[in-house]
Design a protein. Structure first.
Length: 312
């Protein structure tokens, strides 16, 4: 059998700042790029990309926004590169499985939670902040549409700080899948699983942690126990006074799901379609709630990364 020895540098490249921080054992937080390119409208998306990096820095960690540029997975982007992610027309949405093809074809794309978690872990980053995870879609019985995010988190040693899973999903089914796949889930300062745009999904979580140090403790225990390389989900709710009005949320989401069905939207397009529909249908209120959630997650991720690196 013949194997090739293409060096990892040809497909995965950390920025100077990120490489140096990882070498020193300094705290680093990965940020995904799909939320920038496909999850948020222009021109807010570019401001948000920069703001999230600032929040991570203020919390004491080095931000590493991850995306694929001209076939190379880049860990940590400069200003011009962030701008490409926010503005380049036709930028692809890349899940984990898309990475080899994107590399071979020198394609560029934003990375989803599945691709970002994989790349972050591969680069040596342990903490990752996003908005809401992908999961089991409503109507799964017909479509079998379950985000690759879940599968990747069941085999990647990473801590993801998120506001739960996107409320466009079947939340109880997603929680069930996370349980089956052995992914640890803890509420951050809450006994309830957050509802992305909403402070709570109405579902409960089995574990509640209060501090970044407790999260870091769970991460150390994961390593001490060994076993399958599963993720830790730190579910951090949007503050109640920043959430989307639950009645408005339910009404517009029902419309959005109906519109998706009518227009036959499916596969990779469904999540961006529903998120964009909610932004329009709520006059931007869902966007504000989404941003409040992501900001909070970036901050908590920075604090967890700092606590993790202090104890190592
Ligand atoms: N969180 C947000 N907005 C987003 C996403 C997450 O606040 O747009 C993205 C993530 O990249 C996530 C993806 O991985 O949506 C899920 O897409 P799918 O359902 O096609 O797997
Ligand atoms: Mn999907």
């Amino acid at each position: 059998m013949r194997t090739t020895h293409q060096p990892i540098e040809s497909v995965l490249r950390p920025s100077g700042e990120v490489a140096e921080a990882l070498d020193r054992g300094a705290p680093v937080v990965a940020l995904e790029s799909t939320i920038i390119s496909h999850g948020l409208p222009q021109p807010r998306n570019l401001e948000v990309a920069a703001e999230l990096e600032r929040i991570v820095r203020d919390a004491g960690a080095v931000p590493a926004t991850i995306a694929v540029l001209d076939g190379v997975a880049r860990i940590g982007l400069d200003e011009g590169e962030l701008e490409r992610i926010a503005t380049e027309p036709g930028l692809r949405k890349l899940g984990f499985r898309d990475l080899p093809a994107a590399a071979a074809l020198r394609a560029s794309g934003a990375t989803t939670v599945s691709a970002t978690s994989f790349l972050a872990a591969r680069a040596g980053i342990r903490v990752f902040a996003t908005g809401g995870l992908g999961g089991v879609h409503r109507g799964w019985v017909e479509t079998q549409d379950e985000s690759a995010d879940i599968d990747m988190l069941s085999r990647t040693r990473i801590t993801v700080v998120c506001a739960g899973v996107k409320s466009i999903l079947d939340v109880p089914a997603t929680l069930q899948r996370l349980e089956t796949r052995g992914v640890t889930v803890a509420g951050f300062g809450t006994d309830e699983f957050p509802g992305f745009y909403l402070h709570t999904s109405g579902e409960r979580v089995d574990w509640r942690i209060e501090t970044p140090e407790e999260a870091a403790g769970a991460m150390r225990a994961q390593d001490a126990l060994g076993g399958p390389e599963t993720a830790l989900i730190v579910a951090n709710p949007v503050p109640r006074d920043r959430q989307l009005d639950p009645a408005l949320h339910d009404r517009v989401l029902a419309e959005a799901l109906e519109a998706a069905e009518r227009q036959g939207v499916s596969g990779q397009a469904i999540t961006p379609f529903l998120l964009a529909y909610l932004v329009k249908g709520t006059d931007g209120a869902s966007l504000e709630a989404n941003l409040a959630a992501v900001r909070g997650n970036a901050r908590v991720a920075g604090l967890i990364a700092a606590a993790w690196s202090r104890g190592n």
